[in-house]
Ligand binder design. Sequence first.
Ligand SMILES: Nc1ncnc2c1ncn2[C@@H]1O[C@H](COP(=O)(O)OP(=O)(O)O)[C@@H](O)[C@H]1O
Ligand SMILES: [Mg+2]
Length: 258
Amino acid sequence: MARIITVASGKGGVGKTVLAANIGITLSLYGKDVTILDADIAMANLELILGMEGMPITLQHVLSGEASVEEAIYTGPGGVKIVPAGISLEGLRKVNPDLLENVLLSILERTEILILDAPAGLEKSAIIALASANELLLVVNPEISSITDGLKTKMVAERLGTRLLGIVVNRVTSSGIDMAKKEIEAILEGRVIAVIPEDPEVRKSAAFGQPVVLRSPNSPAARAIKQLAAKIGGVKYVEEYAEVKESPIKKLLKIFRR
Ligand SMILES: Nc1ncnc2c1ncn2[C@@H]1O[C@H](COP(=O)(O)OP(=O)(O)O)[C@@H](O)[C@H]1O
Ligand SMILES: [Mg+2]
């Protein structure tokens, strides 16, 4: 059965979109058939961080009955399939979120892993994203409000029958004020499967509309995200794979040494 992983949080702005995009791209580079759907319909920005804005048909059109889902699937970086939500305010008015479940079902028939970039909070569309998934990747920042809000999301997900795949602590610094991993695990009663550092390359990449795992593959955040993706996909993390941008001479030398 296909996997549906929802990348969710209590609070907004914790890094869900960055993680959904970069995990999806990495899994796709690892040879998996992955589709990322922007389920944050009201505050869509997956297409922006991937530099894929302005697509003619988006989830907005599908959820307002104007297009079929096949028409809203595009090939993104690394070969990952992307369903952008669309950023038009006018289009948003016509959307019927109740149609989302059927849309997800029809995507499932044609992909191995479906990643949902969920909205924050517990409004209707967030609940649909949680309920439709079978696995929850809970994203938190290392601060108490983010974690207590995350706890609510996790509890609702579990009540909906969605199991916790793991907790990701994002934007971790060495400032000494971050909550410790152990404390976070105790509050959330779950396992932290990745700690992603605060890294200026993440925002820089977003500003250029490029995913950090491709633009700065050796940056600390990109490495941590790639390790997380390998864990999720059940594949071995290969350090060498980090060198997407290696020089042609280095590449040649590697071939000579084989
Ligand atoms: N590890 C990180 N280091 C630095 N900035 C980050 C990191 N993760 C996310 N960000 C930045 O935080 C902001 C919110 O990220 P985003 O993925 O849009 O959050 P969400 O989808 O949860 O609302 C963006 O400006 C993003 O570039
Ligand atoms: Mg987002």
